[in-house]
Design a protein around this ligand. Structure first.
Ligand SMILES: Nc1ncnc2c1ncn2[C@@H]1O[C@H](COP(=O)(O)OP(=O)(O)OP(=O)(O)O)[C@@H](O)[C@H]1O
Ligand SMILES: [Mg+2]
Length: 242
């Protein structure tokens, strides 16, 4: 479904993503891990179209999307969440989702009422119904993370790119969010790439893990294999975590 070939992105002297290639099948849920600055967010930004690569190719459902604008990729079914929340803080939870839906339809193919009903559906799915009229700026981090997911799902993506859904959450909240991610994956037939530092939860939630280190892909296997991979342990996980 998604094929990334020799993807490279430089920022000045730094090679943030260095000749990365992999393929993801429809319906897979794949973790993307690695130390701070490894290039994970940059890779997500390249796939979503936020950045353009210096080299390499991105193919989505057989179509070369390397040069396609971000909003057009969203229309093709590529949605993402941001490591630093991009929820509009001076809008309510409801308006954040509503705007996503109206944007998705270019405001043309959907009535305000239909968009409202659909917004309520997504808010309810994430347990945010009672919070719909709260300004995003007044929501705690847990609910902001849920709202970010609700908004991304409201774009009706085929592939969802999640950049750190669990950062700053307590263990119970992290568990809830990971369960919801797995639930929406099943219910909406999603393919997911999920960047996360909270490995304990991530490793239980994904079938496959990609590991980045200094822009390079250094491992691509099952969670059980990854935690035993010496190169990964040295680069990131550390002995004590295994
Ligand atoms: N817009 C940018 N301009 C300049 N350098 C950047 C930019 N974005 C990322 N970088 C650099 O590219 C490298 C990879 O950064 P990236 O944000 O992709 O890492 P990451 O794996 O997401 O890290 P973290 O786990 O801390 O979020 C880092 O050295 C970073 O400083
Ligand atoms: Mg990052």
């Amino acid at each position: 479904m998604l094929k990334v070939e020799n993807l490279t992105k430089r920022f000045g002297g730094i090679i943030a993503v260095n000749d990365v290639s992999f393929e993801i099948e429809k319906g897979e849920i794949v973790g993307l891990i690695g130390p701070n600055g490894a290039g994970k967010s940059t890779l997500i930004n390249l796939i979503s179209g936020f950045y353009k690569p210096d080299k390499g190719k991105i193919v989505f459902e057989g179509k070369d999307i390397t040069k396609i604008e971000m909003f057009k990729r969203a229309k093709l079914g590529i949605a993402r969440t941001f490591q630093n929340s991009r929820i509009v803080s001076n809008m309510t939870a409801l308006m954040n989702v509503l705007y996503a839906i109206i944007g998705r339809e270019n405001g043309e193919n959907i009535s305000l009422h239909e968009a409202y009903v659909e917004s309520i559906y997504y808010l309810d799915l994430f347990g945010l119904l009672k919070k719909r009229d709260i300004l995003a700026s007044d929501l705690p981090i847990y609910e902001l993370r849920l709202l970010e997911l609700a908004r991304a799902l409201a774009l009706r993506p085929k592939i969802l790119l999640i950049d750190e859904a669990l950062a700053g959450l307590n263990p119970v909240e992290a568990e809830n969010v990971s369960k919801l991610i797995n639930r929406i994956k099943e219910e909406f037939n999603l393919t997911i790439i999920w960047v996360e530092h909270v490995l304990k939860v991530l490793m239980r939630s994904v079938e496959r893990v990609l590991v980045m280190h200094y822009g390079k892909l250094i491992a691509d296997s099952t969670p059980a294999e990854v935690v035993r991979n010496q190169q990964v342990i040295d680069a990131y996980i550390g002995e004590e975590a295994v």
